[in-house]
Design a protein around this ligand. Structure first.
Ligand SMILES: CC(C)(COP(=O)(O)OP(=O)(O)OC[C@H]1O[C@@H](n2cnc3c(N)ncnc32)[C@H](O)[C@@H]1OP(=O)(O)O)[C@@H](O)C(=O)NCCC(=O)NCCS
Length: 190
């Protein structure tokens, strides 16, 4: 379903795996490309990238946005799920956030040649707007290097809560290492 038009780019909300089927090949390439860049330097096999989107689409209440150009070309994505569905992340927020009333912005990426034109901010704001009533907080994690996305989230009203998490990943040089992620959160106003 088309939810927003950003110049010649459409932002689609994808309801289920069947609706996502035509976009998988393009999504996989975009996901691999974006996260192979610094500071992440992550190596995702096609099956890993595909599994990221399938897992989110299988999560009840997910908000899955794809930014597309033309019929099947993906140039960006923004995925979100209730935090209670992500136990690996939620355990870091015990006693800090109301887990069952918090939404988690799980993945965000825009292909480099489409950056700097407001698409990333749209993919955040459109997900926030799609969060159903009953959720009071939103959480995300970003690189602890405080890069461009950090600046973007602060501008969008997120707060640096000073909580970190080490995330192990396979890197483009084949090594498995951990990198530090920083949590940001925002109170949702009804
Ligand atoms: C983060 C990302 C999605 C931003 O996408 P984008 O389309 O360039 O974002 P926008 O054009 O909407 O920029 C929004 C704000 O981000 C900030 N920003 C964007 N690029 C920046 C840069 N290179 N340096 C500093 N700030 C920057 C600005 O504050 C900008 O606001 P402004 O337009 O009012 O100046 C994109 O850089 C990306 O895909 N990065 C790699 C993956 C990643 O880091 N994902 C986030 C993990 S949580």
């Amino acid at each position: 379903m088309l939810i927003h038009r950003h110049g010649d780019i459409d932002i689609l909300q994808i309801e289920d795996e069947a609706a996502a089927e035509p976009y998988f090949p393009s999504f996989i390439g975009v996901y691999q490309t974006i996260f192979s860049e610094p500071p992440y330097n992550e190596l995702f096999y096609p099956s890993d990238a595909e599994a990221v989107l399938r897992r989110v689409l299988q999560t009840p209440g997910n908000i899955s946005l794809l930014a597309t150009k033309g019929p099947i070309t993906v140039v960006g994505f923004g995925l979100a799920v209730p935090l209670s569905s992500r136990r690996d992340v939620a355990r870091h927020m015990q006693g800090l956030l109301p887990i069952r009333h918090t939404f988690y912005l799980a993945e965000l990426g825009v292909l480099s040649r489409y950056r700097g034109a407001g698409l990333g901010a749209q993919l955040v704001q459109r997900r926030l707007a799609a969060i159903p009533p009953g959720f009071s907080n939103v959480l995300l994690r970003t690189s602890a290097t405080r890069n461009a996305s950090y600046e973007m989230y602060l501008k969008l009203g997120f707060q640096d809560i000073g909580v970190y998490m080490e995330v192990p990943s396979r890197r483009t040089d084949g090594r498995i290492t951990t990198d530090r992620r920083l949590f940001l959160s925002k109170v949702l106003t009804p």
